[in-house]
Ligand binder design. Structure first.
Ligand code: CP3
Length: 358
């Protein structure tokens, strides 16, 4: 029933771009590169358009979404755009009382603790996020004309990471309340995971149906879990989200931080490509992930603060290691740090795209 994004009217064929080839595990002309949080506070043009506009207001404004998503694509010529939004936006869209506080992150007014709290959260419908459909359609049209056609990566938060904000009420280092709910109230936990999985799957589906060429599921905080707890309490719900998107026929990237011990499970949850943070050597990640899936990563985001030749030498090591993978997409091991010099990211992009693979 779905029109593949590359077949949408007015949109060129993006299936032969370096990004989509790498995500499918096919040979590439160069290693494709994009950066998590490539749009955002490291860019003066981002700070200029965000002046006086709250984060969640920006995320609900199609024109701003299009402009902010395009900014790093224009500046760097990266191989993919990442949709500008936030993992908590769909919660806001269904009416959860939350805000994104500058310098802090998402803050939830009434944290979730009981089954009634979970049941009070409505399921997401495409109508809740019609501005997302509008923004993605506009973006896909614009991106068709950038550098011969640039694919858009849609994204959502994975159930565990989104649950952490809902249960803690804000950012957390230990995720103690979240894990206490998981260990101590399994029926509430199951209901919460199912609720978020449905919301995240619909959020991704809306982006794919409007023309996103690939998706990334962010389970940023999954590294707080042991493999056994991840497999039992979290993986089935992330697998549910990834399975539903797999049915739509677009490649799926599954990313987390501090997930050295979870990479195998995160792949088996239904990813085509597993995102790797900088703590795990890429050759080890490739071994763990196996020959049926690709990898994405994984330059330490602080290396862009080093001298350019030091940064590019490390990037070369990562590209060389990536050749052993079923497919490799170059990225940082986590998001761009806000104080990053954009000129250094431009040099890194150029280096990765011109690095010979033969
Ligand atoms: O460029 C991109 O990567 C696309 C946009 C994007 C944002 N958030 C924009 C944003 C994406 C993919 C996210 C996902 C997200 N949001 C994650 C998973 C990715 C990760 O970093 O692990 C998480 C954990 C969140 C929750 C969140 N939202 C945090 C921790 C913060 C930072 C708070 C702060 O001020 O330090 C946000 C806010 C946010 N999301 C900003 C941006 C550009 C900064 C807001 C601003 O500019 O005022």
């Amino acid at each position: 029933k779905l029109t593949p994004p590359e077949k949408l009217p007015g949109v060129g064929d993006l299936s032969q771009t370096a990004l989509l080839k790498a995500l499918r595990g096919e040979p590439v002309p160069h290693t494709p590169v994009w950066f998590m949080r490539q749009a955002g506070r490291s860019l003066p043009e981002y700070l200029a358009v965000r002046e006086g506009v709250a984060m969640l207001d920006a995320c609900a404004d199609p024109e701003l979404i299009v402009e902010i998503t395009l900014q790093p694509v224009r500046r760097y010529g990266v191989d993919a755009a990442i949709f500008f939004s936030d993992i908590v936006l769909p919660l806001k869209a269904v009416g959860v009382d939350l805000d994104i506080v500058p310098g802090t992150g998402p803050v939830v007014a009434k944290p979730v603790a009981t089954l009634a709290d979970v049941e009070a959260i409505p399921d997401l419908t495409p109508e809740h996020v019609s501005f997302i459909t509008e923004a993605v359609r506009g973006l896909v049209g614009e991106l068709a004309g950038v550098n011969g056609g640039t694919p858009l990566i849609g994204f959502a938060g994975a159930p565990f990471t989104v649950a952490s904000y809902l249960v803690e009420g804000g950012p957390s280092k230990e995720h103690a309340r979240t894990k206490a709910l998981m260990f101590g109230a399994p029926e509430v936990w199951e209901a919460l995971m199912r609720k978020i999985a449905g919301i995240s799957a619909t959020f991704l589906q809306v982006q794919v149906e409007a023309g996103a060429s690939a998706v990334q599921l962010f389970d940023s905080w999954a590294g707080a879990l042991t493999p056994a707890d991840y497999e039992r309490f979290v993986m089935p719900h992330s697998a549910d989200v990834l399975g539903r998107i797999g049915d739509l026929g677009v490649p799926r990237i599954h990313f987390g931080v501090g997930t050295s011990n979870l990479l195998d499970l995160m792949g088996r949850a239904g990813a085509d490509v597993v995102g790797v943070d900088w703590r795990t050597p890429l050759d080890r990640a490739i071994e763990v992930v196996g020959p049926t899936r690709g990898v994405q990563g994984n330059l330490d985001p602080t290396l862009v603060f080093a001298p350019t030749d030091v940064m590019t030498a490390r990037a070369a090591e990562i590209i060389d290691a990536g050749r052993a993978a079923r497919g490799h997409v170059f990225n940082l091991g986590h998001g761009v740090i806000p104080s990053t010099d954009p000129d250094q990211l431009a040099r890194l992009t150029e280096f990765v795209q011109s690095y010979p693979l033969a």
